[in-house]
Ligand binder design. Structure first.
Ligand code: ZN
Ligand code: ZN
Length: 498
């Protein structure tokens, strides 16, 4: 239970600058949350003019609208006592459903973590056709788009990492990498052995058959009693990234904390103090253990890093990463600087983060969809689409069938490794209906039935690409997914103007 409350409930307030009732309702919501649920809830404001896609997805027709866990709590002008009652009911309901879904989430995490272990140690590929690696740029695109969206995400990623460290098979891998962890029982020495284990965990390892390629190398900068500083070079979530102005490796920080807690039986807090994202040449983590309860302060992070125009600032960065990713495929220039281990990382590392996030915060699905769509519309590769369109003598705008034909070619274009590594794509014709089927998707492959779809980023990306080819506003919905127990993912397309 207490584990669950570590992840705040996300409350969404949809507003727009010209909504006369919004400021008042917003003020009351902030007041009530501050008074009754300050540790439990996080309020995110969504300006519908800036994020029309998100408003559309939730069918927000009136302003203001307040949502919790993907459900509308109140709409329009409501009195303070009504707001109080509605919030109370919904927050209580949300806490109860979190306790219920906690076990499902743990099981899903364990499956993914076990899959990755089988893949790296026993060479049992989860994706037999396209392999178990993705380009680090693919990971960064998704992580950065999530961090961009609001200031709660870094904390959610940290918690996701911590859960993976605590409940996954990483502890077993750590003991395999440093057997001394299993035999050392003195607290101080054991902590040291765990830190030495982390050095191996984040290094290119010869003892592993299919390396995780999580990072190039790691070293201990300092270790004394309850404090350690670990420096990591070429960490997948940040290597080659442009200057972002804030750290990017929250998931890894959380995973370290979880692993240390599981292996030492003590409380741990990890802060990323230096990152390639903050202009350093490596990432550095400050690790603190204690027998007392210690927690990581979200407010501290937010005070230090959260800026205005966050969305806009990150759009530029995302574009930068996408261009670097594209260049890294079409020219041999290595912009990601990972030396001899190359530009790949085991896809389960990204999957663990996305899946856990989606299962704790349903809103992250919309954020991923919106980010994928941005990339689909503005991202690189439009020149290639244009070339295929000309090859076929299609005149723009295309109809859906032509669009899917071009997209299918695009996804199988030899040099677009990024797309290939993410998934393999087929176009399915069922009667009049055209669907996109995706095999071995990086977000969901190998996941068990968890009662939810995981490939929102993919859906958004497809929607963006379809939109530029058809010149029509469309919505892509994932109807089948590994996360729902299917063997592949499937996406349906509908046009807003129909
Ligand atoms: Zn970093
Ligand atoms: Zn899926």
């Amino acid at each position: 239970m207490s584990e669950d409350i570590n992840v705040p409930i996300r409350m969404l307030v949809f507003t727009s600058p010209d909504c006369y009732a919004c400021p008042n309702v917003e003020r009351i919501v902030h007041k009530l949350v501050g008074t009754y649920y300050s540790d439990m809830c996080h309020i995110s404001t969504v300006n519908v003019l800036e994020n029309p896609k998100i408003a559309e997805k939730y069918h927000v027709m009136h302003l203001p609208t307040v949502m919790i866990d993907d459900e509308i709590v109140l709409q329009g002008l409501v009195t303070e006592s009504d707001i109080r009652d509605l919030l109370w009911q919904r927050v209580t309901g949300s806490i109860m459903s979190r306790v219920k879904t906690f076990d499902t989430r743990k099981e899903t995490l364990l499956t993914i973590s076990k899959n990755s272990f089988d893949s790296i140690m026993n060479e049992e590929f989860i994706r037999p056709n396209i392999g178990d690696y993705i380009h680090v740029g693919v990971m960064q695109q998704m992580m950065v788009s999530l961090i961009a969206l609001d200031s709660l995400v870094p904390h959610l990623l940290y918690q996701a990492g911590r859960d993976v460290g605590l409940y996954g098979v990483g502890t077993y891998l750590m003991i395999t990498l440093n057997p001394n962890i299993g035999t050392e029982f003195r607290a101080k020495e054991r902590f040291e052995e765990v830190i030495k284990g982390l050095v191996k965990y984040f290094s290119d390892n010869e003892s592993i058959n299919i390396p995780m390629k999580l990072a190039e190398s790691a070293e201990i900068i300092k270790i004394e009693n309850d404090l350690a500083v670990l420096r990591i070079y070429g960490l997948a979530s940040a290597c080659g990234a442009p200057f972002v102005g804030e750290p990017l490796c929250h998931f890894s920080a959380g995973e370290m904390a979880g692993l240390i807690e599981a292996l030492t039986g003590r409380n741990a807090v990890v802060h990323e103090t230096k990152c390639i994202g903050t202009g350093h040449e490596f990432c550095e983590f400050e690790i603190q253990v204690s027998d007392e309860r210690i927690t990581r302060n979200i407010a501290e992070y937010q005070e230090q890093y959260v800026i205005e125009d966050r969305n806009q600032h990150f759009q530029g960065i995302l574009h930068d990463i996408s261009t670097r990713l594209h260049e890294s495929f079409i020219s041999p220039k290595d912009v990601f600087n990972r030396g001899n281990i190359g530009n790949e990382v085991h896809f389960t590392k990204l999957q663990q983060a996305i899946v856990n996030l989606k299962m704790t915060d349903p809103f992250s699905g919309s954020l991923l969809y919106a980010a994928g769509m941005q990339l689909g519309i503005f991202g690189p590769g439009r020149d290639i689409l244009q070339r295929y369109l000309e090859d076929e003598n299609y005149s723009w705008p295309l109809n859906l069938k032509q669009t899917l034909y071009v997209l299918n070619k695009f996804f199988h274009f030899g040099m677009i490794q990024a797309a290939k590594e993410r998934a393999d794509v087929a176009i399915i014709e069922e009667g009049d209906e055209l669907k996109i089927r995706v095999f071995e998707c990086a977000m969901s492959s190998g996941a068990k039935n968890s009662g939810t779809t995981f490939c929102d980023f993919m859906a958004g990306y497809l929607a963006g690409r379809i939109q530029i080819l058809t010149s029509r506003d469309c919505v892509v919905t994932e109807t089948k997914c590994h996360g729902l127990g299917d063997k592949y993912c499937e996406f349906e397309i509908s046009f807003v103007d129909e």
